[in-house]
Design a protein. Structure first.
Length: 400
């Protein structure tokens, strides 16, 4: 039997939140759109358009800083219900191409496309078909990277953004990596680049001169092993191929290593609502929340908390996440990545044992389920806790 070539797609919706707003509001197209807190309020940028990035705006930046950089931008609150709706439609389309789909976050997915060429054609043709299908059905653009492993596919998806399609063929792994600058290596943050500069390591070729043992001595065990593998085009294991149990998770890599606790809390709140929406969408139940933190030196810690009852709301996921963050985070170290998940998911058909007295999370669950039902029917409803703007006007904040 002939061996099937392994290849993966990494799908990344371009500037997703902002692109949704521009698709829904054509007058925003071509303009700097910034999603998150509104100017004059505490909070951070959740996402921004490519036009806003030209001003230096990026996700997790304090909104006050973003406004100083781009006072003429269009500032909008998060419409999580709408982003979740379109994300779900995109993921449903992707499921038609492979059963081996791994949703990484609300706007990213990794697809094992090995063995699908007879159905969808060679990789580039299949990817072009996916891009065309999603544009036709949602109005959104996305970038797809194709490669023999998941890590390289992630790098390839960044190559020609926005609306990109780039393939790294088997045998081209190292030659592709050698075309990149160190800043283009995913996972390699500013602090680590500064450390490498101190060591007079300025290029990928410089890094490849060092054996793994020496790199581990120079920059730390985790970072040394990571760098040794990625500059040779070897997947360092960014996504586990053997999940221990049915789970859902999402993670965010900061554009700059961060010590901003409030920014991290905002990101965890965002992810909590993503996860609860997906739990209700698939009619699952969960009792365990897991937190993942990757520091600037690539060392990664995780923690989990299991409760006796089924988790009832996004607010409860968020509260558990904050407990884990408080217990696990080393505030003296900058954070590169933060992730949140729910695990040991169960099907939700069987009736759960009811508690004798309702608590606040039970009431929140009833509200969220009502919101979810309305969203499925097309109503535009969004929770105030996510917006953190209880009485804000619905029109965008835009300087005249």
């Amino acid at each position: 039997m002939k061996n099937v070539s392994k290849y993966f797609f990494h799908v990344d919706l371009d500037a997703f939140y902002a692109s949704v707003e521009q698709a829904d509001n054509p007058e925003y197209r071509g303009k700097p759109v910034i999603i998150g807190a509104l100017p004059g309020h505490r909070g951070v940028v959740a996402a921004c358009s490519y036009e806003a990035r030209k001003f230096g705006v990026h996700s997790a930046m304090p909104i006050s800083h973003a406004y100083r950089l781009c006072p003429g931008g269009i500032y909008l609150p998060v419409r999580m219900h709408r982003y979740q709706e379109l994300s779900g439609r995109v993921m449903d389309i992707l499921k038609n191409y492979t059963p081996a789909l791994r949703q990484i976050s609300i706007d990213e997915a990794s697809m094992d496309m090995s063995g699908t060429a007879r159905l969808f054609g060679p990789p580039e043709e299949a990817a072009a078909g996916i891009k065309r299908k999603i544009r036709e059905e949602t109005g959104l653009t996305l970038s797809i990277g194709i490669a023999p492993n998941r890590y390289l596919a992630k790098l390839a998806s960044e190559k020609d953004k926005p609306d990109g399609l780039y393939e790294i063929k088997t045998g081209e792994e190292e030659s592709f990596i050698e075309t990149l600058e160190l800043k283009d290596i995913w996972g390699l943050g500013q602090k680590m680049r500064e450390r490498l500069t101190e060591l007079n390591i300025l290029t990928v070729q410089d890094l490849k001169k060092f054996p793994e043992r020496m790199l581990r001595d120079m920059v730390g065990k985790a970072a040394g092993s990571y760098l040794y593998r990625v500059v040779r085009g070897i997947d360092p294991g960014i996504y586990n191929d053997s999940p221990k149990s049915r789970s859902m998770s999402s993670e965010i890599t900061f554009e700059q290593d961060s010590r901003d606790t409030e920014g991290m809390k905002n990101m965890l709140l965002d992810i909590s609502h993503q996860l609860m929406f997906r739990i209700m969408q698939h009619e699952y139940r969960a009792k365990t929340v897991e937190l993942k933190i990757r520091y600037e030196d690539f060392s990664t810690i995780s923690g989990r908390k299991t409760v006796r009852h089924y988790i009832n709301s996004a607010e409860e996921i968020y509260a558990l996440a904050l407990e884990l963050l408080e217990a696990r985070r080393d505030s003296s170290r900058a954070v590169r990545l933060i992730g949140l998940g729910v695990s040991s998911l169960e099907e939700g058909e069987e009736p759960a044992q009811k508690e004798l007295f309702q608590d606040g999370y039970d009431r929140k669950k009833m509200v969220e389920e009502a919101v979810f039902r309305m969203q499925k029917q097309g109503s535009a409803v969004v929770k105030a806790s996510l917006l953190k703007q209880k009485n804000e006007k619905k029109k965008p904040f835009e300087r005249n």
